[in-house]
Design a protein around this ligand. Sequence first.
Ligand SMILES: Nc1ncnc2c1ncn2[C@@H]1O[C@H](COP(=O)(O)OP(=O)(O)OP(=O)(O)O)[C@@H](O)[C@H]1O
Length: 608
Amino acid sequence: MAEVTGKAIDWRLLGRVMHYVKPYKSIFAIGAFLTVFLAVVALAQPILMQKSVDDYIVVGNYNGLVMIACLMIGLLIVQTVAQYWQTFLTNALGESVIRDLRIDVFNHVTAMRLRYFDRTPIGVLITRTVSDLETIADIFSEGLISIIGDMLLVIAIIVCMLVKDWKLGLITLIPMPLLFLSTYIFKEAIKSSFQEVRTQVAQLNTFLAEHISGMSIIQYFAREEQEMGKFMNVNRKYRDANIRSNWYYSIFFPVVEILFSISIGLLVWYGCKRILSDQQMNSLSATGKGITPGTVLAFISLLNLLFRPIRQLADKFNTLQMGMVGADRIFKVLDTNDTAPNQGKQTIPITGDIRFKDVWFAYVDDNWVLKNINFHIRPGETLALVGATGAGKSSTINILNRFYEIGKGEITVDGVNIDDYEVGYLRSRIGTVIQDVFLFSDTIANNISLNNPAITREQIIAAAKDVGAHDFIMRLPGGYDYNVMERGATLSAGQAQLISFIRALVYNPAILVLDEATSSVDTETEHLIQVAIEKLMQDRTAIVIAHRLSTIQSADRIIVLDHGEIKETGTHQELLRIEDGYYRKLYDLQFNSAGIVLNQDLKDGKDL
Ligand SMILES: Nc1ncnc2c1ncn2[C@@H]1O[C@H](COP(=O)(O)OP(=O)(O)OP(=O)(O)O)[C@@H](O)[C@H]1O
């Protein structure tokens, strides 16, 4: 959790937020001007009220009274219009700033290395890009500008009171130190409770994001009750945090009301006492020295004006501080320099010659998950990777795609170190099909092209026909415009696989990286997938994490990985000939006449 700094305002952070105001500086300037203007105009009402009583009502000047009433109405109209624009503009400013910030955050997050996502829960990122950003918008709508306006108003009212009658002013303001003290105590108390609320929101978001994604697991294993229990706990903590912050409000507001009443009491007592004694001394307002009924009325109105912003000041300070906490968290994300390095510029055409030279790789420190990997695949060849779960198969394809950097050695594609390629170009030449197909809630066509305008509908249809998926897509309501629900929930696993094949094919990559799905599909879909895989691999260099006997047998070379090391290399027949060899053992152990999937069996826990 980001800590709130001890200072009310962190100027460095505020400076960074203000950097985003630059494109909207005229809106900011008008908003700030209107805030000051409203503070000044607010003072005019009590003054006019005093004038109407003392100069017109008391002396019976009806025309003058009508004139001043019209002036007050006119002023109210101006005030209303100014208030409308001030609220509208400061809100629009806040929303525009966070829109720009959100774009920056999203851009930054999409450029992060995968290891960042290994460590950061989705819920936390969602909280950052939604609710933490909202708090920054409040800096403008309820925080900074309005605090400046309120402070100006408070100073102006106090000065106005003291100028009008300093004795009456001082007596009326006796409860002020107590008011400032209780405001300060309230501000400090609410600050920590607000932080707690934000932490609990992030936990609630993380819990929900995770559990909604994993809902099928919860239901398969009938964990609803237990998860409900956990949810109730997270939900209770969130409620408690909110109740605590509301509790501080419910104490603070009555305290302010009491102090306000004391001020009014003092004002009425002292003001009326002075009016009476002035009358007795026959020293009326005409001399300009005494207190008039108009003065008392004006003071009541000024007191009202004074307490309103003070009552809200603590709240606004907290809004500002929460905005600062939000900004701190957002800038921490933006400052996280975990973006994938992309120094390479190379964009030469790739034919698909891949070489791993003494490659060592670890996700964390020196915990090598790939050790001294060497292999060479010529253009058009197929390499099958087999091995037990955790052997390092997925890691091999992850590093080829530059999702993680290797520790030692070198990987080249067409003789060029993969780090020297422009990373987007390299990835666009490597078509990767992973086991867990991810589909967005969008049309089939957009899920294939990933909204790349360079890919035409014709290319999509041609690719779909190529992998034999066109017919099944056309049978869906709307065909290519059929809307896939979130994560492809409305398609079968086999259909989703086929879509991911078309997605890879439509980019016409030189290299195909395929993690064969192990999930069982019906015979018809299995046949479609077989045909599609053959089509995908045709005339391409392919690295396949192979689970199908057909893929393994037809591969030009098979690499058997075990605990990150290459144990054997060769063709299916060559490897079978090695007595006591790993592959031979695998084959004898795992394959039966029904052609049970090799790696799947290994996953099921059968040891080499
Ligand atoms: N993101 C990660 N962070 C840290 N360690 C990881 C990460 N991904 C994988 N590992 C570890 O790296 C090792 C190799 O994993 P890898 O996913 O490459 O195995 P695999 O052969 O593909 O297994 P499977 O067939 O189960 O997918 C494992 O010990 C795994 O725990």
